[in-house]
Design a binder for this molecule. Structure first.
Ligand code: FES
Ligand SMILES: [Fe+2]
Length: 442
């Protein structure tokens, strides 16, 4: 539970708010490169941290991001002409370069030096592997780009999608670090329809794991029990954020640990079982206080994604939702109850909603645009959420006292992986899994 004051502090990220100041100390994923397909292509609206902005690609291919409103008399630069290394306001013709300088002011006398005083708010941008990043903070604190795994590999090793989420960023991000929900929200149901809910859910997990499903076999029951829905959580503060470990019993001597690193201010790495499969990162960025951007990313540290993986990601709305063209809103959304299928809910899945990201969005958005955390009841399964909130609030308070956030200025500490593995019961998970978590740091 948070107090009303804390809930306000942690969820509001507009200009001048403490949490907004913290977010503005980091490079943030802002948009897909494909939204600006070519030099001098049409400008695009972008809302980020409650600021209305206009993005454009200049003649030399670089990306500019400026305030929506022209500093002359406020017309939107969305209608601007994207021409010769700058964006020209169509109202009176003022033209702005990528750094925000006014480079032409045709409605003032040629001898006037008024032009040199006019300036539009402009934020630096960089592109890595199809994502445009921006930094919206004070120039003197411009940090390093975070060396997240997917920023350090060839573009062929990753696939990502930008998705609109119709809720505050925090409740969406809390879903990423809330390991216990996956045993319910995302579970399939299988087995006889007259079996109990929990039996059918365990059978569904067994099916998903490719195991034979036979209620008569004790051995299989044991396997189903292994899908322990009530893991024990341990959290550790780190330089990049928080490590969240969820332990389930594997044997007398070992626990099965799923380790979710949360990296400030908005990245959650989803635990990956051993084997040659892509890793996943969920990046959350506030769009405004009531909506957020979700960059859902799959990537592989050592090879290009193969044709089968790409086909899975690109089709059918299973791994990535189908989006309404141009607005990043999923086709399954709250206006159509995410196309919930009550018959499937009765027979084959807990929700009747067709894919994991849609199931997540349905519950997250159903909490209301900004969840009122004075009303919640957190249990032991929520300790990861509690640790991350504390960390965010502490970083914001420290910044208010003049202490710059350490991770913003240390891009190398973002080289983190999220393992899932068996560890001896007597070893702390962060020590036992150290070589896996920090493998990219060499
Ligand atoms: S409002 Fe943009 S040039 Fe006048
Ligand atoms: Fe989920």
């Amino acid at each position: 539970m948070l107090s009303r004051t804390e809930n306000e502090l942690i969820t509001r990220t507009g200009p001048g708010t403490p949490m907004g100041e913290l977010w503005r100390r980091f490079w943030l994923p802002a948009m897909s490169s494909s939204e600006l397909p070519a030099p001098d292509s049409p400008p695009v609206r972008l809302r980020l941290l409650s600021e209305d902005l206009i993005a454009f690609r200049s003649s030399d291919g670089r990306v500019g991001l400026v305030a929506n409103n022209c500093p002359h008399r406020g017309a939107s630069l969305f209608f601007g002409r994207n021409e010769e290394q700058g964006l020209r306001c169509v109202y009176h013709g003022w033209k702005f370069a990528l750094d925000g300088a006014c480079v032409d002011m045709p409605n003032e006398p040629a001898e006037s030096n008024f032009k040199s005083k006019a300036h539009i708010t402009a934020y630096p941008c960089r592109e890595v592997n199809g994502i445009v990043w921006t930094y919206m903070g004070p120039a003197e604190f411009e940090p390093e780009l975070p060396q997240l795994g997917f920023n350090m590999v060839p573009q062929a090793n990753m696939y990502g999608l930008k998705i609109l989420v119709e809720s505050n960023y925090l409740q969406a991000m809390e879903g990423d670090i809330d390991s216990s929900h996956s045993s319910f929200l995302h579970a399939a149901l299988a087995g006889p329809l007259d079996a109990s809910f929990h039996e059918r859910r365990r059978a569904g997990i067994a099916v998903l794991r490719g195991q034979a499903m036979d209620f008569s076999l004790d051995e299989n029951r044991a396997k189903m029990q292994a899908a322990d829905p009530a893991p024990r959580f341990t959290t550790k503060d780190t330089d990049f954020g928080v490590l969240i470990g969820a332990a389930r019993r594997a044997s007398e001597a070992q626990d099965y640990w799923r380790i979710t690193p949360w990296l400030a201010p908005g990245y959650s790495l989803i635990p990956k079982a051993p084997g040659d499969i892509p890793s996943q990162c969920n990046a959350r960025v506030p769009r405004d206080d009531e909506t957020s951007w979700f960059f859902r990313i799959r990537w592989h540290p050592s090879r290009a994604l193969n044709a089968g993986e790409l086909a899975d990601f690109q089709q059918g709305g299973v791994f990535f939702p189908d989006l309404i063209p141009g607005i990043f809103r999923p086709v399954d959304n709250r206006d159509n109850d995410y196309h919930i299928n009550r018959e499937e809910q009765r027979t084959t899945s807990v929700t009747g909603i067709r894919s994991i990201p849609q199931q997540d969005r349905a519950v997250t958005e159903s909490m209301g645009p900004i969840y009122d955390r004075t009303k919640e009841h957190l249990g032991t399964a929520d300790s990861g959420i509690i640790a991350v909130r504390r960390r965010l609030l502490r970083l914001a308070r420290q910044l208010g006292e003049g202490q710059e956030p350490y991770p913003a200025a240390h891009g190398g500490i973002y080289r983190i992986l999220a393992p899932a593995l068996n560890l001896p019961k007597d070893v702390p998970f962060d020590e036992g899994a150290r070589e896996h978590i920090y493998a990219l740091q060499g």
